[in-house]
Design a protein. Structure first.
Length: 353
């Protein structure tokens, strides 16, 4: 499983099998349930599978699974991907995003189906309802897949405790994010808190903890993994924030400057507002969350570059990555896992999409 392509293929097979089980279970509900399952398959397809990978190597940091346990471990790892898919479906709806990975976001896809069929009622409301329900269903399935992964209950139970904390952090972090956007302001400290709880912890630290708990890791091991995983998770999300402004739509699958159009009060934006003269800061502040032409996006990108915010974020990514790797070097973890985690560290911080 050091081959990421092979890991992703194995994981996708596990996810497909699980969704096949759900399709059979929901078959009596007819065509509408089948449409929901079909959209679920799209929601969990593709991606880098970073959360599953960190769960996998969190387990290996403590112990090497028996061959008979390998499939159970993959099912546990897949539960993190269902959680991620749930968060994305809900996030896209809350942000009014049109696309996800180059295809219509879930609420837009169901809205389009409603329009095409010329059904009664409001197609926008129908799309919203469908996205909420699909996100809830994926969240439910993430719990089910971890609980029924196939490992002994005495090992699954501590992992479920971590998973419970993880999901609470994600939901509360998401509410903090939408509240910050509603208030229309966020300093760097507030933006970092949103980043930490909405994304950083559930992307890397908690998946590591779930994997380690499944392997019987103790509190000291989980603490050592936090030393590595939390700063790396923050660096990961800072990279994502950079891509949300400067990423290539052909690569990211999202429109140019999507975070600016959505009005995201990220660390990058907070630093740009702090580092710009008041008049230019006002220009950026007023533009956030409005429809922007390609030319306006370019102008705001230039403003952010002139403020020095992008360079500050790059420096933060470098420093957090260094702290993370220093903690990994000092951690009492298995060498095989340390090697894989170093590779994953580079993958999540140096990505271009």
């Amino acid at each position: 499983m050091t081959d990421q392509a092979a890991f992703r293929a194995s994981l996708q097979s596990v996810i497909d099998d699980f969704l096949d089980e759900q399709a059979i279970r929901l078959a009596p509900l007819g065509d509408d349930a089948a449409r929901l399952i079909a959209e679920a398959r799209l929601a969990v397809a593709g991606g880098k599978r970073f959360r599953a990978a960190f769960c996998y190597w969190g387990f290996h940091a403590v112990s090497s699974p028996d061959p008979a346990e390998e499939q159970a471990l993959l099912r546990a790892c897949a539960s993190l991907e269902l959680l991620h898919a749930s968060a994305l479906v809900h996030d896209d709806f809350m942000d009014a995003s049109d696309t996800r990975r180059g295809r219509p976001a879930t609420h837009r896809a169901f809205e389009a189906e409603h329009r095409k069929a010329a059904w009664a009622g409001d197609p926008v409301q129908y799309g919203a309802a469908a996205a909420i329900l699909l996100g809830d269903l994926l969240l439910t399935w993430s719990d089910e897949l971890l609980r029924r992964c196939g490992l002994p209950l005495e090992r699954v139970s501590p992992a479920m405790d971590v998973f419970d904390i993880c999901r609470s952090e994600v939901v509360a972090g998401q509410f903090l994010d939408v509240s910050v956007q509603a208030r229309g302001r966020a300093d760097v400290d507030t933006a970092m808190t949103v980043l930490r709880y909405k994304s950083a912890k559930y992307s890397i630290e908690r998946p590591l903890h779930v994997g380690a708990a499944l392997a019987g890791g103790d509190a000291a091991t989980l603490s050592a993994l936090t030393g590595f995983g939390l700063p790396l998770g923050e660096a990961f999300q800072l990279r994502d924030d950079q891509l949300g402004v400067f990423g290539d739509p052909a690569v990211t699958g999202k429109p140019a400057g999507d975070d600016l159009v959505e009005g995201k009060r990220t660390v990058l934006v907070a630093l740009a507002l702090d580092g710009s003269p008041s008049q230019r800061a006002d220009v950026l502040d007023r533009a956030l969350g409005t429809a922007l032409s390609p030319g306006q996006v370019q102008d705001l990108r230039a403003l952010i570059v002139d403020s020095g915010a992008d360079r500050q974020v790059e420096a933060m990514i470098d420093e957090l990555s260094r702290l993370s790797l220093d903690a990994l070097d000092a951690a009492p973890l298995r060498d095989e896992a340390k090697t894989a985690l170093r590779d994953l560290s580079a993958a999540v911080t140096q990505r271009v999409h």
